[in-house]
Ligand binder design. Structure first.
Ligand code: G6P
Length: 489
């Protein structure tokens, strides 16, 4: 790229995701306050020196008026964010409906909605139309901001239709698409009424990435079995055009966690928590309150453990942080009541006047509080029924270099492929097995804990989010060159 003012001009990366990494609160007709959420993806992309990232996405709020839209656009521009404005009806049909009620459960092996068939078919059609319409709106914004030489990186199941829309605007645009959830077996994907259209749209991208080799393999199988295309070791070929398909396991910004542990407020917090739970082992769960996270199953396994191990009853506590999410979707509302009911029952059963076995919080914690909690934990329980990767397991490991606690990890989380050797792997559906693993973890000798932790810590600190982003973008750049060469041959 050219140089500007003698400095190298970094390649521009347009990151397109359903949600911008900000929370926006309206303060007046034309004033907004913004807070950048410093999640994994944000630090991953800000940490990479080779490119300059800009974000395109929905700000998570309904802004029907032009004055408000203009003011928000201006405020977001300072944070290198560009909004896509979606009205309430589209959000309902596209985000609550097609994304979170259809694709999300399907990709996590929970199947399609089971209601009355006709009603489902009708709502399915309108939700799919809204999904395509929303994706087209994202494409319009990307196209407006695209400059030659930019790379466009589309994220997740919300935007499977986007690569096709972008290539229709400009066939030369370099487009990558990455899925943060599992891609299910082709036998699951083939139940989706819009199965072929979605696969074809994704294939319009130059590079398609997944967290694990298995998800990539499922995607290639779906393309061969459902679309009749040819799968090669490099990806999927359609009439001489190759879409490269590969695994790019994400990581975290481990240094950020390790540095945070040294901060004075975190150290104070660690001391306070250690004092509060003195004499008890701390078990921790941190999940979005989502059915894929297996929270009810996890709590039932803890109950079974308490049942079978009366000596442990006053010596262990489970802290479950359940961050509310997608609260407009009825399934999520039902789950919240279900979890409350189970926690209440178990605390009633095993609690005493001075202590309860489960502390359940329906909210998120700030970064520093979370680091302190990770650091004082003896056993982390990550027992998702299915999970694309699960970075809570990585965050826990990053904060455990002093304590060397144990990670109990679902074999159905992508992270099981990278942290499997250090963690105790479990089938989260098997409550007896999880209860036995809790006992194993709590009784594990220090040398074994140390050995397991060392393995996981080395992985988490060497496979970072920055490295993940660099690898994906550099491969995306190469792929386009290669695709051009292929066409010429
Ligand atoms: C998962 C998805 C993300 C999504 C996040 C939070 O991790 O892969 O794309 O942003 O959940 O869900 P929400 O619906 O609140 O954006």
């Amino acid at each position: 790229r050219e140089r500007v003012d003698g400095r190298p001009c970094r390649q521009r990366l347009l990151v397109v995701a359903n949600r911008l990494p900000v929370s926006a609160v309206r303060r007046g007709e034309d004033s907004w306050s913004l807070e950048i959420s410093a999640g994994g993806l944000v630090s991953a992309l800000l940490g990479v020196k080779e490119f300059e990232a800009r974000w395109i996405g929905w700000a998570g709020v309904n802004v029907p008026d032009e004055v408000g839209q203009k003011a928000l656009t201006k405020a977001l521009a300072e944070k290198r964010c560009i909004p896509v404005f979606l009205d309430e009806e589209i959000v309902h049909q596209y985000y609550n409906g097609y994304c979170n009620n259809i694709l999300w459960p399907l990709f996590h092996y929970l199947g399609l909605p089971q209601e009355d068939r006709l009603a489902t078919t009708r709502s399915f059609q309108s939700q799919f139309l809204a999904y395509k319409k929303a994706n087209q709106m994202f494409a319009d914004v990307v196209n407006k901001h695209y400059e030659e030489g930019d790379v466009v990186w589309c994220h997740d199941y919300h935007l499977m239709f986007l690569p096709k829309c972008l290539k229709e605007y400009n066939i030369k645009m370099k487009v990558g698409w990455f899925l943060h959830t599992p891609f299910p077996s082709s036998e699951i994907h083939r139940t989706l009424p819009s199965r072929s259209e979605l696969l074809r749209s994704v294939l319009a991208a130059d590079l398609v990435g997944f967290h694990t080799y298995d998800y990539a393999r499922h995607f290639v199988s779906a393309c061969t079995r459902i679309l009749g295309l040819e799968g090669t070791p490099e990806g999927v070929e359609d009439q001489g055009r190759l879409t490269r398909v590969a695994a790019f396991p994400i990581g975290i910004d481990s240094d950020r966690f390790i540095r945070a542990l040294e901060a004075a407020p975190v150290q104070d917090n660690i001391r306070e928590l250690a004092e509060r739970f003195k004499g008890r082992k701390v078990m921790l769960g941190v999940d979005r309150l989502d059915m894929i996270k297996g929270i009810p199953q996890k709590i039932l396994a803890f109950e079974k453990f308490l049942e079978e191990n009366p000596d442990w009853r006053d010596k262990v506590v489970l802290l479950q942080i359940a961050v509310p999410t997608r609260t407009d979707v009825p399934e999520y509302q039902k789950l919240t009541s279900q979890v409350h009911e189970i926690v209440g029952r178990i605390n009633g059963r095993f609690g005493t006047l001075s202590a309860v076995p489960i502390h359940h919080l329906d909210r998120s914690l700030d970064f520093h509080a979370l680091c302190a909690l990770y650091a004082i934990t003896d056993v982390a329980l990550v027992t998702s029924l299915r999970d694309g990767m699960n970075l809570v397991s990585y965050e826990f490991v990053a904060c455990q270099d002093t304590k060397k606690g144990v990670l109990i990890l679902s074999e159905f989380a992508g992270a099981a492929q990278s942290l499997g050797a250090g963690a105790i792997l479990v089938n989260p559906w098997n409550i007896t097995e999880v209860a036995a693993s809790i006992a194993q973890a709590l009784n594990m000798p220090a040398d074994e804990r140390e050995k397991r932790h060392k393995h996981n810590f080395a992985h988490v600190t060497s496979h970072t989010a920055q490295e993940w982003a660099e690898t994906f973008v550099s491969e995306l750049n190469d792929t386009v060159v290669e695709a051009k060469l292929r066409t010429r041959q």
